[in-house]
Write a protein that binds this ligand. Sequence first.
Ligand code: MG
Length: 367
Amino acid sequence: MKITAIRAYQIDLPLKEGRYSWSNGNYVEVFDSTVVEVETDAGITGWGECCPLGSAYLPAYALGVRSGLAELAPQLIGADPLALDVLNRHMDAVLRGHPYVKSAIDVACWDILGKVTGQPVTTLLGGKAQDDVVLYRAISQIEPQAMAANLASYRAQGYTRFQLKVGADADSDIARIKLCAQAMQPGEVLVADANTGWTMHEAARVVQAVRDLDVYIEQPCPSYEECLVTRKRTALPFVLDEVITDVSAFMRALGDGAMDVINLKISKVGGLTRARQIRDLCISAGVPMTIEDTWGGDIVTASIAHLAQSTPSEFVFSATDFNSYGTVTFAPDAPQRVNGRMQAADRPGLGVTPDLAVLGAPVMQVS
Ligand code: MG
């Protein structure tokens, strides 16, 4: 089988809540997502999606996805979409770095492999390890009292895991964590995600102030070394996210005992092929994961569902239903949240059918 054409579509994903805010005053109001269609000489088409969290979160941005695809796509015409490891090595050989650019192509080729074999991607990734996956709700950074109020409204929607966006000043973050910890009910999980927003002394103040609460601390500081210093100062369970960019970063952190949980984002590591590799290492090493992506719509949500559902429940700390945060649906058969959980489709491939009337004309086409 050969790739005969690659098309990219741009779609705006406004938020139901109007704005998503995280550390250091960063926010996004309309997410700029790129949907990728990979066409083959067998008449089978695969779909992928990449949606960076603005331009200030990781070394990734929306125009960068499409610029990188324009560079990469011509070099993939004629490649075999079923030979996923070969394809990934080829992408790395012709475009160094930029894993997020490669992610949607890799995911689209998993979709093709599923359609060719008649199997859902869950099966291809190791098989259905659980019937559905538990979701967390990110709580956008606003005033502490208002975040606690939002937590209650998300609980009413069925969520049981909550991730507070902190990473502002230490005093207000301590208030955020204390107010929300007080509101927790039995069986619920609370994470304080600083998204690299604290310096080491701020992180030290926060973990000291909340040391008696039942809360996880996620990615307190920008660098791995700063996070490790904070890790050594606290007995609270600890999550690493932004610094876990690839296998070698994970292996180093594992060797240092630098975390209890990692956040595995599909586009951050370059697609499902690389995410599966890190997922399998995590299971072997006993490290649970939040399985998600930087952001996205229906196709990203479907990809997350397949990777998470093929992972044993004790290793899925949580996953994300990004398509419930936005106002735009472009693949109506994508997974939908039910009682704080979601289920991957049993259909071949990702099991999503993008609506071309919603996606509009492609912004890039290579054949
Ligand atoms: Mg995080």
